[in-house]
Design a protein around this ligand. Structure first.
Ligand code: HEM
Length: 355
């Protein structure tokens, strides 16, 4: 399919075609991963092989499941502190009172991990501002803090993500430039905020709309069993961009160097060739090879962290609250942009506090 959007681009919607695009990262370059231009470099998302590998080499470890485990208690505490603020009230605006501060707080903790409580609080504020406003000023505040913290790591090493960025070398041994370091911090925020927040907001909406879902997600192993289907269905990174680097016919149409491509993850996750009844949230699928986190070398580096947040966030909410309903008269406003369609505001009521 071809669209006139952004000066014209091909839109790849079939599951198998997305797999093909992902399997040829040198031909389908990520040099312009957004559908519109971003003025700063954002490695690894806008980097092609072989350099891409060097960036993932130092990011994969800090985002692997074992490294994330130590953050579980602090993420759980974060969820509980936020729930404390509205639990007695019986109603909440879920996005601004839970989804945003929870995902921003968790991301600030893992990316800018700081023992200085006052500065961590500033980091959470700065990251929340990025999440709410997405302005150059809000990014500058985070970049300033990150630069300060990285300078400290250089003097007194620690075992965390920022340290990995400070110690990393690419291209056979050179350290990252300051621009590259800040680009990595920025892409983690860009990748981590709207996406996880959108998924949380969708789940909260479905709790009010899908009969029996609340009971189902209250089961202790809900995330192992049901989270993939929710991720497939919501696909909060709906679409990303590629640029054709070599003339080719890999997708059955002639593509010419310089052509822009939109890779539509959400469409692939609704492809009837791959999924029976894709328009339904169906927890009985035996096999769910969804592409919500992408596929190939750019597969989401934060996927285990996103799962951890969604698991802990929903588990704590449902351990403590019950009977989620839309507040009377609520019309759900929806996001535009990367996680298009996710509730932007969600006024909920709930019946009782069970703890
Ligand atoms: C439900 C939540 C999330 C979804 C649905 C999601 C989805 C995706 C998708 C589809 C890609 C592939 C992009 C491409 O191929 O062009 C991706 C890449 C990426 N994501 Fe996520 N993501 C989520 C959460 C996160 C979090 C929490 C972080 C940060 C901690 C993160 C950081 C990144 C980064 C840095 C990349 C680029 C990886 C690379 O180019 O090698 N994401 N994500």
């Amino acid at each position: 399919m071809h669209t006139g959007f952004g000066g014209g681009m091909h839109v790849v919607t079939r599951y198998e075609d997305l797999v093909t695009v992902a399997a040829h990262p040198k031909i389908f370059s990520s040099a312009m991963p957004g559908l519109t231009t971003v003025p700063v470099a954002l490695p690894p998302i806008d980097v092609d092989p072989p350099l891409h590998h060097d960036f993932r080499a130092f990011l994969n470890g800090p985002f692997a499941k074992p490294a994330l485990q130590r953050y579980e208690p602090v993420v759980r505490q974060l969820a509980d502190d936020l729930i404390d603020r509205f639990a007695e009230r019986g109603e909440v605006e879920f996005v601004s009172e839970f989804a945003i501060p929870f995902t921003a707080g968790a991301l600030a903790k893992i990316v800018l991990d700081d023992d200085n409580e006052e500065r961590l609080a500033r980091a959470v504020d700065a990251v929340t501002q990025v999440s709410v406003q997405n302005t150059p000023e809000s990014f500058a505040a985070v970049a300033g803090l990150a630069a300060e913290l990285m300078a400290e790591r250089a003097a007194a090493p620690r075992d965390d993500l920022l340290q990995s960025i400070v110690d990393a070398t690419v291209e056979g041994g050179r350290p990252l430039t300051m621009e590259e370091r800040l680009g990595v911090v920025t892409v983690l925020l860009l990748g981590g905020l709207d996406t996880t927040r959108g998924a949380l907001a969708y789940i909260a909406e479905y709790l009010t709309a899908v009969p029996g879902l609340e009971e189902r997600l209250r089961e202790p192993d809900w995330a192992t069993r049901d989270l993939d289907e929710i991720l497939r269905y919501t696909s909060t990174v709906s679409v990303m961009g590629r640029v054709v680097a070599e003339d080719n016919n890999l997708l059955g149409v002639p593509l010419v160097k310089g052509d822009r491509i939109a890779v539509h993850w959400r469409s692939a996750n609704r492809d009837t060739v791959r999924f029976d009844n894709p328009e339904h949230l169906d927890f009985d699928r035996n096999h769910n090879p969804h592409l919500a986190f992408g596929i190939g070398i750019h597969r989401c580096v934060g996927r285990h962290f996103a799962r951890m947040q969604l698991d802990i966030g929903i588990t704590r909410l449902l351990d403590r609250l019950t009977g989620f309903r839309l507040a009377p008269g609520t019309e759900i406003e929806r996001s535009v942009g990367i996680s298009v369609g996710a509730p932007r505001e969600l006024h909920l009521t709930f019946d009782s506090v069970t703890r």
